[in-house]
Design a protein around this ligand. Structure first.
Ligand SMILES: Cc1ncc(COP(=O)(O)O)c(C=O)c1O
Length: 399
């Protein structure tokens, strides 16, 4: 008898970040004093004017029907206006497809571009979804390791080492999950020029565009590197900017022929995104950015606290992240030695041991192609953050 599940799906890895988060939430629900550093979502509620727009939409029968596959006209127009306002990216609504979150936009974009045999450059440490989404297209993910001494900022030299004749796409994410690295504007432009010289498409993941700290700022690659011409796709969404992870609204913007292929694909798979969520997204995007600047101030404070507390632990070293809401410390100094009377040989074992002994949930670097590291989200309350890191520091000090 053949396998019950296809070879393709049988070979797919589960999302490690969602798994850690689910485990932490389950333990918490069972009464354990778990502090979760695993989640990739803001701890703030969605701003009230957005929730109210959704509530009103529930009472409008127009929203009980299918919308066009590509999304409500108002939402596509709001995405056009927002792109110009926030990053100077000038597009028209026919280039926009509304998707079920940014993750769906990434998967759809890759589906539009890839054939078996194509290679996709993925800067590492990488968001755990990218290689699996490439794999699902029958193409080959090629991790491109960045240098922790350079704050994990991608360079043209890193890319050139990994390029082959099969390289079709570069996934470019800045600010980055999991490292928080933000590539400098000049380097973004250089990466765009490199892509155009080698006919490489750039899939720009801009989901963390508004979460940058200190002097760092996000720039949109097709804006600072117009040389990429018609070989770029931008993906984005409301999840991180407006604390709307559960509403599931993202989008992709692409040259018209690719956008049409994506809309066609979505028409045969998921159809439109929930109308209620789309109405909420219209309210989010046509409103101001006051909520995100408040969240950014809180994240910035927590970022500095977390980074300082991690660096104070013997055996842990953490470059200061400049964007998103993650710290990505090197914990290799804790491996092979006693921590809380246990000896872990890998960061995955250490993460497991921390959850069992001091009830803190972190995602091990293995999930991001970087063993020896941890990813800790600082999108949690200040008190929990401090208490969780104190537990960690106390355990390490005990040996
Ligand atoms: C780098 C990156 N891109 C895209 C997403 C997708 O977000 P969502 O599908 O919730 O819109 C995430 C979420 O964690 C992310 O970290």
């Amino acid at each position: 008898m053949g396998a019950r599940v296809s070879d393709l799906l049988g070979g797919l890895a589960p999302s490690a970040t969602l798994a850690v988060d689910a485990r932490a939430k389950a333990l918490k629900a069972a009464g354990e004093p778990v502090i979760g550093f695993g989640a990739g979502e803001p701890d703030f509620p969605t701003p009230p004017h957005i929730v109210e727009a959704a509530a009103r939409a529930c009472y409008d029968p127009a929203n009980y029907k299918y919308t066009p596959t590509a999304g409500l006209a108002e939402l596509r127009e709001a995405i056009v206006a927002k792109s110009l306002r926030d990053s100077g990216l000038a597009v028209d609504a026919t280039q926009v497809l509304v998707t079920n979150g940014g993750k769906h936009a990434v998967a759809t974009a890759l589906k539009c571009l890839l054939d078996p045999g194509d290679e996709v450059l993925i800067p590492a440490p990488y968001w755990t979804t990218y290689p699996e989404a490439v794999y699902l297209c029958g193409a080959t993910p090629v991790p491109v390791m960045t240098d922790s001494a350079l704050g994990f900022r991608l360079t043209v030299e890193d890319l050139e080492r990994a390029r082959t004749d099969q390289t079709k796409v570069l996934i470019f994410v800045s600010p980055s999950n999991p490292t928080g690295a933000v590539v400098r504007p000049d380097d973004v432009a250089a990466i765009g020029r490199w892509a155009s010289e080698h006919d490489v498409w750039v899939l720009c993941d801009e989901i963390y565009e508004h979460l940058t700290y200190g002097g760092a700022r996000h720039v949109s690659l097709p804006v600072v590197a117009p040389e990429v011409g018609e070989r770029w796709i931008v993906v984005n969404g409301v999840a991180k900017t407006y604390a709307m992870t559960g509403w599931r609204v993202g989008w992709m913007i692409a040259p018209r022929d690719v956008a049409e292929a994506a809309i066609n694909y979505q028409s045969q798979t998921t159809s439109n995104i929930s109308n209620i969520s789309q109405r909420a997204a219209v309210a989010a995007l046509t409103g101001d950015l006051a909520a995100v600047s408040q969240m950014r101030a809180a994240f910035d404070r927590r970022r500095r606290t977390m980074c300082a507390m991690l660096n104070a632990i013997d055996g842990v070293s953490c470059p200061e992240p400049e964007g998103a809401f993650y710290c990505f410390p090197d914990v290799s100094g804790l491996l092979g030695r006693s921590v809380g009377d246990r000896v872990a040989e890998t960061s995955a074992e250490l993460a497991e041991s921390l959850l069992e002994t001091i009830q803190i949930a972190v995602v091990p670097g293995e999930a991001f192609g970087a063993p020896g590291f941890f990813r800790l989200s600082y999108a949690l309350g200040d008190d929990d953050l401090v208490e969780g890191l104190e537990r960690f520091a106390t355990l390490v000090a005990k040996g």
